[in-house]
Design a protein around this ligand. Structure first.
Ligand code: F6R
Length: 366
């Protein structure tokens, strides 16, 4: 049942190339240069009429929402707000009939996300679901939606659900960008072609497994870790930290790299491992200078870099390479070594990787 892997989590991490492929199969028709998603097509008027999109979700799905915020705003030029469902539902939020609310949920059963959907519907907003579990409560309660088609995710720590959620949301953003004319036809085609290459590049990123394992062995006893990223990869830093906390019980924080000097830099000394996502294009020079700040305070640097990188390699204690891609697609690649790092550390510490303490796969009570 674990397909030869020791844990569901590891199996699901390795399933990501095919899971992402399944997510865009039949939807991304790059030869024709089109994206076909009936849930979006049938409701195009609602999408195009919206002055903003509100994304509601919890946990890892909320992180996918944050990535989507960057993608929607960049490609489709629609303002996006990303809300913790649990805060949104109790805040007396301003919701307009013209709003499009996107609810993201792997299980489709998360109580707070469901309540946020009901609230948005009662105010007349159009609610679109991005779920993995077919026929789940959220899939049924939303006005329309798109499944991630990631297949069953058994490990409590979400992995392939996250990358497939980002894939679906990218497809939606691209479709809307095309409809709105906010993307040129050449950029649009490039995005489709690059998205199609992602499964193979994820496969390549998975080849870092042995290297990641050796890095895990060095830092497994650290009491704290920091994760830094900028732009599209800021939410990946949050997700990397969440993965580590959940399954290894090591305290970790994710930050936008530039926020470091506003407080967390005080934490840095020779005992603090810091994972920095520093891919090419993504404000690379700025991240390099953040790395220099860390180095001068003797922090241990693990860089997630683009293949062939030299500048970060010269500064960092370790680098893990991922293939080059478009900046907006890079989260699908940079996430991979962070998932593996959490897995190996948790395993080395003897944790129950698939069923971490105190956690449930679906949080059906608030
Ligand atoms: C993280 C994790 C949780 C879930 C969160 C939302 O690894 O598993 O943070 O992401 O409980 O769950 P869904 O997506 O099912 O609504």
């Amino acid at each position: 049942e674990k397909g030869g892997y020791d844990h569901f989590m590891l199996k699901e991490i390795h399933e990501q190339p095919s899971a992402i492929f399944d997510t865009f199969r039949g939807r991304l028709l790059s030869d024709k240069g089109i994206i076909k998603m009936s849930g979006v097509e049938d409701n195009m008027k609602r999408f195009l009429n919206a002055d903003r999109i509100i994304i509601v979700a919890c946990g890892t799905s909320w992180h996918a929402g944050l990535v989507a915020e960057y993608i929607f705003e960049d490609l489709a030029r629609i303002p996006v707000e990303v809300e913790y469902a649990s805060e949104f539902r109790y805040r007396n939020p301003v919701i307009y009939e013209k709003d499009v609310v996107i609810a993201i949920s792997q299980s489709g059963e998360t109580a707070d996300t469901l309540a946020a959907i009901k609230l948005a519907k009662s105010k007349g907003a159009f609610v679109f679901g991005v779920c993995n579990v077919v026929g789940s409560t959220i899939a049924r309660e939303t006005d329309a939606g798109a499944y991630t088609h990631a297949g069953p995710e058994i490990g409590v720590a979400s992995t392939k659900a996250f990358t497939t959620q980002i894939t679906v949301l990218t497809l939606i953003a691209l479709r809307l960008a095309r409809a709105k004319g906010t993307i040129s036809s050449s950029d649009y085609r490039l995005q489709l072609l690059e998205l199609e290459l992602i499964p193979d590049k994820v496969k390549k990123a998975l080849e870092s497994d042995d290297l990641v394992k050796s890095i895990a062995a060095i830092y497994k006893d650290a009491p704290n870790m920091l994760y830094l990223g900028r732009g599209f990869n800021f939410p990946v830093a949050l997700e990397g930290a969440l993965k580590l906390k959940e399954i290894s019980y090591i305290h970790a924080e994710g930050y936008p790299a530039a926020e470091m000097k506003h407080g967390p830099i005080a934490l840095i000394d020779e005992n603090m491992p810091i994972i920095v996502i520093a891919t090419k294009k993504g404000h690379y020079e700025k991240v390099v200078s953040n790395i220099q700040e860390i180095k001068s305070r003797k922090g241990k640097i693990i860089g997630i870099v683009t293949e062939g990188d030299e500048q970060v390699r010269a500064l960092a204690d370790h680098v893990i390479e991922v293939p080059e891609s478009l900046e907006s697609l890079s989260p699908l690649l940079t996430t991979i070594p962070l998932q593996l790092l959490s897995y190996h550390i948790a395993l080395m510490l003897g944790r129950n990787v698939d069923q971490p303490r105190n956690l449930a796969k679906a949080v059906t009570v608030e």
